[in-house]
Design a protein around this ligand. Structure first.
Ligand code: GAP
Length: 459
């Protein structure tokens, strides 16, 4: 369906603020760049997506288990992973207005025909000069040379600020899965191939303005690491590419808005890597990555920790360090993709507009709204139904304003169904259920409602 042309990122940001979905972080203090807070509606959506991911990647996925590792890890982890040495962005300062910019983003903003990921710093500098790329802030063309800035946030352990006390906020959850490989394998007697999934916060000192929640300094990752034997890796890489698309389309993201982008410049340890991109209102961009990381991570942890990370194959008696296929998802980017896809502004037959979030019932923040038609007559019965239904799923109660206004409010937060309690409910136990997308209404017996909604959630 063609989207209303009025929809842009600014409109979505305002909608999210007004509807209690996402607020600017620390707003009353003027905010904090690239940080956002989820409101009462947003947190429900986010939790539902997390649960859907856990179900798909841990619960239903063959031979997979979960962990919940610490955010703060021994700093040696980041030496072994390579993050201390090379997890950095190429930054340039504008000498005129003193703003800082990522060289690769300046080039991407100038031309879509060139991929800065394949360029060296010297190549990026000369491209920027030759093409007269200007500072997006002041328009001058006077940048410093590129310097690499590490993206990890540092903090100090204990009361002193010596270099020996420096620890880092994790920039990815993956390392918590790698360092626990043997703990998980031995404690649950796991046999290859097996997977470890984890959901948790990650932190990166991002300076580029983030397109709402697309690029933030604190975000949640949902990462699954499949440990397998070398030789099985290509098969599992393809499996997780397909699995990714299945997962994303199960959230209601249309297949035609998703595409793979193979990495042109592979990390030195990677055998294969691709992003899944979604077509946001600002264009296609990455929402998750699938990587064949070979046996690099476990080999590096073996080298730096001095612990043997080999797996003993009980059948062949072979010992080897497993390969890893990683499927890495940014939860906040998926929430943004779902909102971007669901948000629409419809012009109704009477010329009025309705703002709507067409979110799939399975992940909608609230499944049904309970609306007493006339507060003083129907509230008691409506409250009774509300209390019963909330045992089954997330339900919202709204008694304020005309029924039409209440429908609009629920449309705007993506509630797929509204249940109206009226005289017919008091007399015959019949309620009216209105569908968000079609605006059609059906009558049901009160006792049939839970089943009706459960069925819609499963569709
Ligand atoms: N363990 C691999 C890894 O972290 P990545 O491509 O750097 O790979 C994985 O990150 C996913 O995390 C990305 O596909 C994206 O969805 C999300 N992500 C990365 N940086 C982010 C940021 N600054 N803000 C929001 N999400 C981010």
């Amino acid at each position: 369906m063609e989207k209303n042309s009025k929809i842009n990122m600014e409109r979505l940001v305002n909608h999210c603020k007004n509807m209690g979905i996402i607020f600017a972080g620390s707003e009353i203090y003027g905010g904090l760049a690239n940080s956002w807070d989820y409101g009462p509606v947003g947190v429900e959506l986010k939790n539902n997506i997390k649960q859907a991911w856990w179900k798909k990647f841990v619960q239903e996925n063959e031979n997979s288990v979960g962990v919940d590792a610490s955010i703060l890890m021994n700093p040696k982890v980041w030496e072994a992973s390579g993050h201390l040495a090379s997890f950095s962005d190429p930054l340039m300062d504008c000498k005129n207005c003193k703003t800082r910019h990522r060289a690769d983003k300046l080039i991407e903003g100038f031309s879509k025909d060139i991929n800065p990921d394949t360029m060296t710093n010297a190549e990026m500098e000369s491209y920027i000069i030759q093409n007269k790329i200007a500072c997006p802030n002041c328009g001058k063309r006077d940048f410093t040379p590129i310097r690499q800035f590490n993206l990890m946030f540092e903090t100090n352990r204990g009361v002193t600020k010596e270099s020996s006390s420096v620890i880092y906020l994790r920039p990815e959850t993956a390392q918590g899965e790698f360092v626990n490989f043997l703990n998980v394998q031995r404690s649950l007697r796991m046999k290859l191939p097996f997977g470890i999934g984890q959901i948790g916060k990650a932190f990166r000192n991002e300076i580029t303005p983030g397109n709402f929640t697309f690029r933030t300094i604190e975000f949640e990752q949902m990462e699954h690491q499949l440990f397998c034997k070398e030789g099985d890796d290509d098969k599992f890489y393809q499996f997780y590419k397909d699995y990714s698309i299945q997962f994303l389309t199960s959230l209601g993201l249309p297949q035609e808005k998703l595409k793979f982008k193979d990495h042109e410049k592979l990390a030195h340890y990677a055998k294969n890597a691709c992003d899944v991109q979604y077509k946001f209102v600002f264009g296609f961009d990455e929402i998750n990555g699938i990587h064949n990381r070979t046996n690099y991570d476990l080999s590096r942890h073996q080298e730096f920790s001095g612990k043997n990370m080999e797996y003993l194959d009980g059948v062949t008696n072979e010992k080897f360090i497993p390969f890893i296929i990683e499927a890495s998802y940014g939860l906040d980017r998926i929430v943004l993709a779902v909102l971007d896809n669901a948000f629409d502004i419809e012009t109704l037959a009477d010329g009025t507009e309705r703002e709507i979030l067409r979110i799939k019932p399975s992940i909608a923040p609230f499944k049904i709204a309970i609306l007493p038609l006339i507060k003083k007559n129907h509230n008691d019965k409506a409250k009774e139904i509300f209390k019963e239904l909330r045992k089954h799923f997330r339900v919202i109660f709204d008694e304020t304003g005309s029924i039409g206004k209440r429908y609009r409010r629920q449309d705007a937060i993506g509630t797929p169904f509204c249940l109206t309690v009226d005289d017919n409910t008091l007399e015959n136990g019949i309620v009216t259920i209105r569908d968000r997308d079609t605006m059609e209404q059906v009558s049901l017996k009160v006792e049939e409602v839970a089943c009706f909604i459960e069925k819609k959630i499963r569709e």
